[in-house]
Design a protein around this ligand. Structure first.
Ligand code: SF4
Length: 211
């Protein structure tokens, strides 16, 4: 399986309540809680980000579809909100998404656009089955290491840091296969593919040895 993002979204919080710095492909932004929840409202809160993700994915997907069809709709906007209720002792989250078009659309177009909105990638994630796997790491777990080389690059593996998240094994199984020994086969992919995969190890268990 391959991750959707080449690099994970990372976020860090210090002691300042509740300012988080999120790093993405091209920079950083601040996420915070509103003052009513003890934050300073320095940036969007996590619920806002979740809804923004759905809203922006929706309108970008609609824009692609409308452009492909050649329809004259200069602007598309969306308002997204949600509430939660308890049903049969389960918390049910209801998200309402209101899409508006800046020019008239026929009933037939509207129905089609609703279907397209429902099929946007983030809608599919939220309405599909989601598993959140959580791993925890701490600094200072570095002890011995094993090295593997193909003559061009050398991969170091520190077992103490490996949390067996299996990202390497699922994403580049021709190289990383815990079922065989040695579990790292440096002939299983190009040096660049190996380096790229090593850089995705979430714990630092895998690294590239400097020459
Ligand atoms: S990705 Fe890193 S932590 Fe996960 S199994 Fe591979 S070496 Fe271990």
């Amino acid at each position: 399986m391959k991750y959707i993002l080449e690099h994970p979204v990372t976020a860090v919080i210090g002691t300042e309540k509740y300012k988080c710095t999120v790093e993405w492909r091209h920079g950083k932004f601040i996420v915070d809680e509103p003052e009513a929840k003890g934050g300073n409202d320095l940036g969007p809160d996590p619920y806002t980000l979740l809804l923004s993700s759905l809203g922006t994915c929706t309108i970008a997907t609609l824009r692609m579809y409308i452009d492909r069809k050649g329809w004259d709709v200069p602007q598309i906007s969306v308002a997204v909100n949600m509430y939660q209720e308890t049903k049969d002792e389960k918390t049910v989250t209801v998200i309402d998404r209101d899409v508006s078009f800046s020019s008239p659309v026929t009933d037939e177009q509207r129905e089609r656009l609703i279907q397209i909105a429902k099929a946007c990638p983030v809608s599919k994630i939220l309405e599909g089955e989601i598993q959140i796997r959580t791993f925890a790491y701490s600094d200072g777990e570095d002890k011995d290491k094993h090295t593997y080389t193909n003559g061009e690059v050398t991969v170091a593996w520190k077992p103490e840091l490996c949390k067996h998240a299996a990202r390497c094994a699922t994403q580049l199984s021709t190289v990383f296969n815990p079922a065989v020994k040695p579990w790292v086969n440096m002939d299983g992919a190009t040096s660049q593919e190996i380096v790229d995969q090593v850089n995705k190890c979430p714990t630092g268990a895998l690294s590239i040895e400097k020459k």
